[in-house]
Design a protein around this ligand. Structure first.
Ligand SMILES: [Ca+2]
Ligand SMILES: [Ca+2]
Length: 377
């Protein structure tokens, strides 16, 4: 190292002067104050963001279940009965309002217009597959003088309760529920052993095809309960439970899927979306059989089971829910929220529904447009 470089090296290594130290410490103090403020803000905001993200995810999963159930409306439902039968459905209000007459064919979709919390709608879906048990997701078929087709996975097994339907054979035919002369309309899968010693699950002889060439369809309905109705049923509605999640705005409720129990007709409730202010339904009908929706309605109370499966082409669901928590730094602008379209709008006044702090919540409207795929089989 040259003398010149050595001198510069020594000079660079000298300490800070007092005045330099003072400047540095003052700057440091300012930075610390600034960061701690920002840090608190960041913490606060990230908490809110987590809530927002959580409720969005819940919302999406809940809506997906609703979408699938609407698509499945009518799946496995008979259009006719082989013999006279009597079945029953829900036993608790308001679900009892949507029961079908005990010997009539079931209607696949029903709507209660503005009957629920904050004037929200009530939606009923009937199909074998809308329950939450595994059996309701299974089906198979049986040919004359043969064992039921056994799928490699998800096969029906002994003990499961099923309905059996003779499919329609031509355009004028009707999928007909096999009902025995004594009114029995479901059966239990049972094990049978063939000549070679192989055991397989099948249906009792009385429910099997009687003619060569016939093929019956077997629908799983419930795992182990005697059936009170030859299908399953799920109701969607907004309700305030005894205790609401603390982050929900006053006046909101929870969107539930309530599955009617085969055992007692009560509803087993599955909470789908928290902090829901309203749910509205608009049904798209094709009244002249050209496949195109030509009429939009909010109530279908006058339609028969046949009209429901022939005319309903679309179900629109509008859900108004709160996103995240109450936020005093947020100000929601629109006090009267419009749910719906096509001149069938229901207005919800957040001020009178939620109270004075209505605008401290982030309100989001979800819209679901679903085409039922199983009404016409
Ligand atoms: Ca309505
Ligand atoms: Ca039309």
């Amino acid at each position: 190292m040259s003398k010149k470089k050595q001198k510069r090296f020594l000079r660079d290594r000298r300490g800070f002067s007092l005045i330099e130290m003072l400047i540095v410490m003052t700057l440091l103090a300012i930075v610390v104050v600034m960061t701690s403020n920002t840090f608190t803000m960041v913490i606060k905001q990230s908490g809110q963001q987590t809530r927002v993200v959580e409720s969005q995810i819940e919302g999406i999963i809940g809506l997906e279940m609703l979408r699938i159930d609407i698509e499945q409306a009518g799946y496995g439902l008979p259009w006719a009965f082989l013999n006279v039968l009597n079945y029953s459905e829900a036993t608790t209000a308001p679900a009892t309002n949507y029961n079908d007459s005990s010997s009539n064919v079931p209607r696949a979709i029903l709507v209660g217009d503005n009957t629920g919390l904050n004037g929200s709608d009530y939606l009923v879906i009937k199909s074998t597959s809308v329950a939450t048990n595994d059996t309701s997701q299974k089906w198979t078929y049986i040919l004359y003088n043969q064992a039921p087709k056994a799928w490699s996975s998800n096969a029906l097994s002994a003990g499961e309760r099923v309905t059996v339907i003779k499919p329609k054979l031509d355009v004028t035919g009707q999928p007909t529920l096999v009902v025995l002369a004594d009114g029995t309309y479901f059966c239990q899968m049972e094990d049978e052993t063939d000549g070679a010693g192989n055991t397989y699950a099948t249906i009792p002889a009385a429910f099997r095809p009687t003619q060569p060439g016939e093929k019956y369809v077997i629908y799983g309905v419930d795992s182990d309960t005697a059936l009170r109705m030859p299908f399953n049923r799920a109701d969607y509605y907004v309700k305030r439970p005894g205790s609401m999640p603390s982050h929900c705005a006053p006046g909101t409720g929870i969107l539930y899927k309530g599955v009617v129990n085969q055992s007692d007709g009560a509803l087993t409730e599955l909470p789908l979306i928290d902090c829901v202010a309203d749910m509205q339904i608009i049904i798209g009908l094709d009244t002249n059989s050209d496949g195109v929706v030509d009429s939009r309605v909010t109530t279908i109370g006058g339609l028969t089971a046949q009209q429901i499966r022939e005319q309903i082409k679309e179900v629109r669901v509008y859900i108004l829910a709160q996103e995240g928590e109450r936020d005093t730094s947020y100000k929601h602008e629109t006090q009267v929220m419009a749910l719906g379209e096509f001149g069938l709008v229901k207005n919800l006044d957040l001020g009178s529904t939620i109270g004075t702090e209505w605008n401290r919540y982030r309100w989001k409207q979800y819209t679901l447009v679903v085409k039922p795929k199983n009404l016409y089989q």
